[in-house]
Design a protein around this ligand. Structure first.
Ligand SMILES: NC(=O)c1ccc[n+]([C@@H]2O[C@H](COP(=O)([O-])OP(=O)(O)OC[C@H]3O[C@@H](n4cnc5c(N)ncnc54)[C@H](OP(=O)(O)O)[C@@H]3O)[C@@H](O)[C@H]2O)c1
Length: 342
């Protein structure tokens, strides 16, 4: 066990792009668990755009991270000391912890600690079976009501949620799956490895013209991770009865709640008798067993893979978070805390 507890503390609230300048590196003593608590050694951190929202002063679905606190993050870890009867030393767990080597918690809160199976690699709990795969699953199938033969368009397509959504669409028999992503390298990846039929580079293509060219009969389901110009372009190309799934709006940078102006082309929803609906993945947890069964079966069959964008070393946490907003990742962004074997 490391003798010191390395931490990234929130120093300043970002007003625009989050980066290393907003955090301070500290080293301190390893804390001791009290009655009902466990001491966890962190192993992996998940990087999620929603973390940017936790840096606002306003509460969202969770309270803001306070200045002086370690940065909150989804994590996988191992219990090293337990004074809580529900957890034993050695248990692998997943929960919402913070950017430090060691965390003391009683395991409760909005995202209670969960014990993990060791039947598959630990990181699968963030990638293959992670929240982003579940978001893609429920967003596409429950909100988007995707059915066999649909034309599916996905933005943020090379990211964790988008790449999962593309493969779920394929497994469910979509007629055509088109991805929107930033840059030639990601577009090449989408078609050659991600299972998409075609790709649109929002940084260099005329997005609306390209959707019209690729999907002449219109888009049945648009799974939107980004908002902004891609959303407007998709709205111009809907099929009759289309469903627009509002999963995220990362093109806003999530730098404030007073986010950009809404879509200009929303009248298309009337003309195409379409619907546009936002959702929170956490509201679908009653359907978790079916989702895990489907994702697991597709993974076993080799038709559902989530690439892991793995960064090594706690020291790189702030820049890895920033990388979500500058497009550094293909697939799920994960940080391995130390160079241990687990
Ligand atoms: N509704 C829910 O319950 C729920 C749950 C989880 C996640 N989400 C949302 O799902 C979306 C994807 O999340 P994720 O965790 O899977 O992240 P991710 O897609 O793995 O990573 C973020 C990606 O966003 C893209 N991006 C960054 N700035 C952009 C911009 N200005 N315009 C267009 N694309 C931009 C980047 O790809 P490029 O290189 O292609 O730009 C980057 O790789 C986010 O909007 C997130 O908030 C929603």
């Amino acid at each position: 066990m490391s003798e010191v507890n390395r931490q990234w503390i929130l120093k300043d609230r970002p007003t625009d792009l989050v980066g290393p300048e907003h955090f301070e590196w500290k080293e301190g003593e390893v804390p001791e668990p009290g009655d009902g608590e466990v001491l966890i050694r962190t192993l992996y951190f998940s990087f999620d755009p929603t973390q940017r929202g936790w840096l606002h002063t306003e509460a969202s679905y969770v309270p803001p991270v306070q200045i002086g606190e370690p940065m909150r993050a989804g994590a996988i870890g191992q219990v090293v000391k337990s004074k809580n009867p529900e957890f034993s030393e050695g248990d692998y767990i997943q929960g919402t912890l913070s950017w430090q080597d060691y965390v003391v918690t009683d395991g409760s809160g909005p995202f209670p600690l969960q014990k993990l199976s060791t039947d598959y690699p630990l990181t699968y709990n963030m990638s293959v079976f992670g929240l982003t795969s579940l978001t893609a699953y429920f967003g596409l199938l429950e909100v988007g009501e995707m059915k066999e033969g649909d034309v599916v368009l996905i933005s943020g397509a090379a990211g964790a949620t988008g790449s999962a959504a593309g493969q779920i669409a394929k497994n469910k028999g979509a007629k055509q799956i088109v991805g929107i992503a930033g840059g030639a390298e990601k577009c090449k990846w989408l078609v050659e490895e991600g299972g998409f039929d075609a790709a649109i580079d929002y940084k260099s293509d005329d997005i609306a013209a390209k959707i019209a060219e690729l999907c002449p009969e219109g888009v049945d389901v648009y799974f939107d991770n980004v908002g902004g110009p891609s959303l407007d372009a998709a709205l111009l190309n809907l099929a009759m009865g289309a469903r627009v799934v509002v999963c995220g709006g990362i093109s806003s940078g999530y730098s404030g709640w007073a986010v950009p102006e809404g879509p200009k082309n929303y009248m298309q929803l009337i003309l195409k008798a379409a619907k546009m609906e936002g959702f929170l993945v956490l509201n679908y947890m009653d359907k978790l067993p079916q989702a895990i069964a489907d994702l697991g079966a597709w993974h076993q069959a080799g038709t559902f893979k989530v690439p892991e964008h793995l960064v090594e070393g706690l020291e790189h946490a702030p820049e890895t978070l920033q990388g979500l907003f500058t497009g550094k990742n293909i697939g799920k962004a994960i940080l391995k805390v130390t160079d241990s074997n687990v």
